[in-house]
Design a binder for this molecule. Structure first.
Ligand SMILES: [Zn+2]
Ligand SMILES: [Zn+2]
Length: 470
């Protein structure tokens, strides 16, 4: 008998944690952070306490309280008995936080199966972030973490990496990962061959990106196996098809940049390699130098190891690294204590805001909202700001968005929204499901599961924590 239990991603976008059990073999499909559940109780300055280990997360329902999955040190830390791992693996569809981050809490002996590129991204995240309890996907230090233990090496998790074409065996289960197009490279959907029949899991995907054929490969394979169940994302099931596309982002943005002839500031998610390539190309074609942060540098240095991605490293042609002001505020090299900055601080392509101000129209600065205080030094008057991210979709984002607009107005920056989503629209989604033609659909990663009812196949309205027999 095969069972499915959904511990996250139910009536919410992301936080997928799906337990599949077949003849004693248990695997999780993703183990992500639920932004919605977290935001219900926490915000920027009210966060789960790292010092309390797993306690705040369990108590406030951010992770399910189930046996045989969590780290021994975390269980002991809250006065519980350590448990032997009772799950044989996690299939990680891609490296977005809403699918990956809460792997941090899992027992070190539960292996993680993911694409090679997804692992590179997880490595870059780890390199460029401060260690915290929600950010220990690659490795972790035992808690409670005493000062004397700071220098001890971390405990590494087991990663089994795959590429398209590989087949994975986890005990009695055979799994076929197939690449899909999403706003991050190394994204996969899975076909899981169970004793009841094949189960298909989409992860996150789309049809309007640069690699739509990857998604089609997945769709065709999924159709061939005649799945009994399809667990599908539905982020934008309520959104009809538009003309959004990466080439449109390129064309629209380039046109505005050429028109402006001043400093260009752009914000996009650096995990999105296609978007990086779009703006890298525009910068070159418009005679601008692309300026990135040291955090971004960590990503480029990982991506460039993957020849298929075809991106430069952080000292590559036309790439410059923006030196932030730290400690003394004088750009003295001894101000930089973060390892990822320190090891790159002597690179010949490191520049300062003051360098940019001398010839602003020669630069395109990739600047995230959280670093907008740098605008004070960049003084980008009458320049262009391109927001290449999704528009705000909740209250907190609205507040930040308003604040962002205040900054833009203050510096008389021209605003442009230029983006295409990482998620498939409703029109394409329905078409895709009709092609695959599963017996049963389980919509997750959506606030509108009911909208899948328009389709002719049986649709399960999933309840969180309920076990479904397949
Ligand atoms: Zn997602
Ligand atoms: Zn995603």
């Amino acid at each position: 008998m095969v069972t499915l239990t959904f511990y996250g991603g139910v009536k919410e976008i992301g936080g997928n944690k799906i337990l599949l059990e077949d003849r004693g073999t248990k695997i999780f499909l993703d183990f992500g952070m639920s932004f919605g559940k977290r935001a219900k109780f926490f915000e920027e300055f009210l966060t789960p306490r790292t010092a309390a280990g797993i306690k705040d997360f369990l108590t406030m329902g951010l992770i399910p309280d189930i046996p045989g999955i969590y780290r021994e040190d975390l269980l002991k830390h809250i006065g519980r008995k350590p448990e032997q791992p009772d799950v044989q693996g996690v299939l990680l569809s891609h490296a977005h936080a809403d699918h990956a981050n809460y792997i941090s809490f899992l027992h070190q002996d539960i292996p993680i199966y993911c694409g090679e590129t997804a692992k590179r991204i997880l490595d870059a995240v780890q390199e460029s972030s401060q260690r915290g309890i929600e950010n220990e996907v690659i490795d972790f230090k035992k808690r409670p973490l005493f000062r004397k233990d700071y220098k001890k090496p971390p405990i590494k998790r087991k990663f089994n990496l795959f590429r398209t074409g590989d087949k994975i065996k986890i005990d009695s289960l055979e799994i076929e990962p197939i690449h899909v197009d999403h706003s991050v490279p190394g994204a996969y959907g899975f076909i899981i061959y169970t004793s009841s029949g094949p189960i298909v899991y989409t992860g996150d995907l789309r049809m309007h990106g640069l690699r739509a054929e990857d998604t089609m490969d997945f769709v065709n394979k999924a159709k061939e196996v005649k799945p009994i169940v399809m667990i599908t994302e539905g982020t934008r099931i309520d959104v009809p098809k538009t003309d959004e596309s990466e080439p449109k982002v390129y064309a629209d943005s380039k046109k505005e940049i050429l028109k402006n002839q001043k400093l260009t500031i752009v914000d996009f998610n650096f995990k999105d390699v296609d978007r990086f390539k779009t703006f890298y190309k525009i910068a070159k074609e418009c005679g601008k130098k692309m300026v990135i942060s040291f955090k971004h540098a960590c990503y480029l240095d990982r991506y460039c190891e993957d020849k298929k991605l075809d991106v430069p490293n952080c000292t590559g042609e036309n790439i410059y690294l923006l030196k932030p002001k730290r400690l003394t505020g004088t750009y003295d090299n001894s101000d930089y204590t973060d390892k990822y900055i320190k090891q790159r601080i002597d690179y010949p392509n490191v520049i300062t805001a003051e360098d940019i101000v001398k010839k602003p129209k020669e630069y395109m600065v990739v600047l995230n909202f959280w670093y907008f205080n740098m605008l004070v030094d960049l003084n980008p008057v009458n320049g262009l700001y391109i927001h290449s991210l999704s528009e705000p979709f909740d209250e907190e984002m609205e507040i930040s968005y308003k604040r962002m607009m205040n900054w833009l107005n203050y510096f008389k920056l021209n605003f442009m929204q230029s983006h295409c989503s990482g998620h498939i629209n409703g029109t394409d989604m329905k078409e895709l499901i009709n092609i695959i033609n599963p017996k049963i659909i389980c919509p997750i990663h959506t606030e509108h599961p009911g909208m899948f009812r328009d389709l002719s196949m049986k649709t399960k309205m999933i309840k969180e924590g309920k076990m479904y027999r397949v």
